[in-house]
Design a protein around this ligand. Structure first.
Ligand code: ASP
Length: 439
């Protein structure tokens, strides 16, 4: 049994957080490969080391004095080293970083030092081998991830390294220059390492006890999801529910490795299992609820629309020509509605409306702004009768006017459009009926 464990920035923000992480790793001999993020915020007013590095490097690039900014970063690491009572000095590393900043080594190099230095501390603390990610994670010249080369080099290296720390977030291009993933990218590194190590599980340790059924800013203390499939996760993530970097899914999914989201501050909690498929029934009919505000609806009406071949294509062509992607497209016999992001639409509003008139000669085009879309997602919906009925009864009871309904053909989700001001009430009503009332 082999586990790859990734720890996020808040799990490694201070010496006391490092101690929790150390305990977690030592409590299970199978936790052999560790992927750390850079130190995150210690409290809500704090700054992530990654952000400090970007700011510090901006000074360097502008030819300004960056000594003080770099000293503040060194202090954050020193505090961790002292707190853990390690015999370790990063002085030489900081000399090199200073020189490279002066030589304008680039934004990516600068940001990557957060993980690099944290990895050195973590390896020293655990007594594990340190593997610089620049030696085992590779990018193409165009900046995209080089999966084949990485997998080949990394898996060879891991074969001969029993226990190792591999910093997250970065790797190197063909010419050796450091390159990072997008923000939050240590999740991706963890997934890549899990695949290369042929791990049995990829544990992703963060500061919540798993993927929550609903947004905690709307629902007080929502329950965590026990098991979610990749497809369900994608539906919820698309609607704004985040716990993992989106690209972290692909490497492990391809290799059939499950992800277990865990809480460093509550290690006894089981967290959420993200799996390819499962026979396990979700605890409730629905797996999760997520949503986004800020959509608008463009409704086109034309008598006898249903018999006009190519009508839909011509409408969508107008959106395509204006570079706007559409979210949903419910239609009636003589009406068709296109839902789009309001902020994108507003800029091109008149060009799109005139385009629609030119392309289809409609009777009427109506706009409705400030809509929220809510996705109710669950693999259990397919086999349960009356789910939609329960959702709409709950919404009616909460006095929410439903503007649009769209059920995906996979029966994995039901999308509901409501006015922005009804958004929170709608989510609460759905959560209450399925989770609190447990029907
Ligand atoms: N430290 C990087 C960031 O703040 C990457 C990560 O934490 O995953 O985005």
């Amino acid at each position: 049994m082999k586990k790859v464990v990734k720890f996020g920035g808040s799990s490694l923000a201070s010496a006391s957080q490092f101690e929790k992480v150390g305990k977690i790793i030592r409590s299970d001999v199978n936790r052999v490969y560790v992927v750390p993020s850079a130190p995150g915020k210690r409290d809500s007013k704090d700054t992530k080391v990654t952000d400090m590095l970007y700011q510090c490097y901006a000074l360097a690039e502008a030819g300004k004095d960056f000594s003080e900014a770099l000293e503040k970063i060194a202090e954050r690491y020193q505090e961790i080293i002292d707190g853990l009572h390690l015999q370790l000095s990063l002085a030489e590393e900081f000399q090199v970083i200073r020189k490279n900043f002066q030589a304008k080594a680039g934004n990516d190099y600068a940001a990557s030092r957060g993980e690099y230095l944290n990895g050195i501390i973590m390896a020293n603390y655990l007594g594990y081998t340190f593997i610089d990610a620049a030696e085992v994670i590779f990018f193409h010249e165009d900046g995209t991830f080089h999966a084949e080369k990485t997998d080949a080099v990394l898996s060879e290296r891991l074969k001969t390294t029993e226990r190792a720390v591999i910093p997250g977030f970065y790797g190197a291009m063909e010419d050796g220059r450091v390159k990072t993933f997008s923000r939050g990218g240590s999740d991706i590194t963890g997934s890549i390492v899990a695949k290369a190590a042929k791990a049995d599980v990829y544990e992703n340790w963060t500061d919540v006890s798993g993927f929550l059924i609903a947004d905690p800013r709307i629902i007080k203390n929502p329950e965590a999801i026990e098991t979610i499939t990749y497809r369900e996760l994608r539906e919820l993530a698309y609607m704004g529910a985040t716990v993992l970097h989106e690209d972290a899914i692909f490497p492990v999914r391809k290799a059939g490795i499950p992800i277990n989201i865990r809480n460093t501050n509550a290690p006894e909690d089981k967290g959420t299992w993200i799996v390819e498929s499962t026979l396990q029934k979700a605890k409730y009919t629905i797996t999760g609820i997520a949503g986004k505000k800020g959509f608008c609806a463009v409704s086109i009406e034309k008598d006898m629309m249903n018999s006009e071949i190519g009508f839909g294509r011509r409408i969508l062509q107008v959106f395509e020509d204006n570079g706007i992607s559409f979210e949903h497209m419910p239609s009636g016999i003589d009406t068709m509605t296109v839902l789009v992001h309001q902020s994108e639409f507003e800029e091109k509003e008149q060009s799109i409306i005139s385009g629609i008139y030119k392309a289809t000669e409609p009777d009427n085009v109506e706009l409705e702004s400030d809509l929220g879309l809510i996705a109710v997602v669950g693999r259990g919906m397919k086999s349960t009768r009356g789910t939609a009925g329960r959702i709409f009864a709950a919404l009616a009871h909460a006095n929410v006017n439903v503007k649009m309904i769209d059920q995906g053909s996979s029966e994995l989700n039901i999308i509901i459009g409501v006015k922005n001001e009804d958004f929170e009430a709608a989510i609460k009503a759905i959560y209450n009926i399925f989770v609190v009332a447990q029907v």
